[in-house]
Design a protein around this ligand. Structure first.
Ligand SMILES: *[C@@H]1O[C@H](CO)[C@@H](O)[C@H](O)[C@H]1NC(C)=O
Ligand SMILES: *[C@@H]1O[C@H](CO)[C@@H](O)[C@H](O)[C@H]1NC(C)=O
Length: 270
């Protein structure tokens, strides 16, 4: 499915392609079982809009949702977590496209509580502005290293986070380790290409087609409601011959949100 960006076709050769990237839609948004990883019927859900300029002229929205089961895989409780982005369809800034770039969004949940507030989309209220800066700098540096190493990669942020989970970076202004989680799911959602100025954007998600779904063992709904979910959005060079780079050419945005639980007994999953 291809759509010519209306009104700008005469100025540029920008093409925007919305793709479903193999997402399987559940037939119904009304009900989705706990073990169906293609959808989520959330017990709690939250959304935060944030700036992702210059590629997106308008704010984009991160959705985070979770569901829970008392019995999980074995005996203990378990939660099911999902995220996706939503955006207006035609808010791409064609003048931002000057290199092959990949944009990704990651979400970490676990071992972090607090109340989102302040700058960096609520994250400064969790760990302070210096820690936000440390995380951004550490990610810029490692993605820079990956992008200039000559080694093949597909998703720069996912590659960087894999390395950080194994080998935690030094973050002098952060308290408990930000990367002390079992998994940080990542979704690539925008590809920019030169010289065609083609931009491929993943279609916005929803509860009936979330972008990523995963399960957290031994987590109750009450515990997860107190957790802070941290979104990490990146825009970084795609593998290939690129113009000279600096770490500052790599964009990292942090977004912190919580999904408070509704009244108990709202929904019974078991
Ligand atoms: C919290 O940290 C512990 C210890 O590192 C780890 O085993 C656990 O998986 C983490 N929790 C989550 C939800 O990732
Ligand atoms: C950018 O991507 C296009 C399409 O994959 C490719 O043909 C081109 O060589 C790439 N440019 C660079 C500088 O890597």
């Amino acid at each position: 499915m291809m759509t010519l960006y209306p009104g700008l076709g005469c100025l540029t050769q920008l093409w925007i392609i919305f793709v479903a990237l193999g997402l399987v839609q559940c037939g119904s948004a009304q009900f989705c079982s706990f073990w169906n990883s293609g959808c989520i019927d959330p017990l709690a859900q939250a959304a935060v809009s944030f700036q992702f300029e210059p590629l997106f002229a308008d704010p984009i929205t991160l959705f985070y949702a979770f569901d829970s089961s008392l019995h999980g895989k074995g005996e203990g409780p378990m939660t099911k977590t999902a995220f996706w982005l939503g955006y207006k369809d035609h808010n791409i800034n064609p003048y931002a496209v000057d290199m092959n770039r990949t944009s990704e969004i990651a979400l970490r949940v676990g071992n972090l509580t607090g109340t989102p507030s302040g700058s960096n989309n609520g994250c400064d209220g969790i760990w302070g502005p210096h820690c936000s800066q440390d995380i951004q700098t550490a990610l810029q540096n490692i993605i820079f290293k990956i992008a200039t190493s000559g080694d093949y990669y597909t998703q720069p942020l996912a590659t960087a986070l894999d390395q950080f989970i194994v080998d935690q970076p030094e973050l002098p202004s952060c308290g408990a380790s930000v990367f002390d989680v079992a998994a940080i799911p990542v979704q690539d959602f925008a590809y920019e290409q030169v010289p065609s100025e083609e931009v491929t954007i993943m279609k916005g998600g929803a509860g009936y087609h979330p972008w990523q779904v995963w399960y957290i063992d031994q987590m109750t709904d009450i515990q997860q409601a107190s957790q802070v979910a941290v979104g990490i959005a990146s825009r970084a060079p795609t593998f290939g011959d690129q113009p000279p780079l600096t770490p500052n050419d790599i964009q990292i945005e942090l977004v912190c949100l919580q999904a408070p639980q509704g009244p108990s007994g709202l929904k019974d999953n078991d």
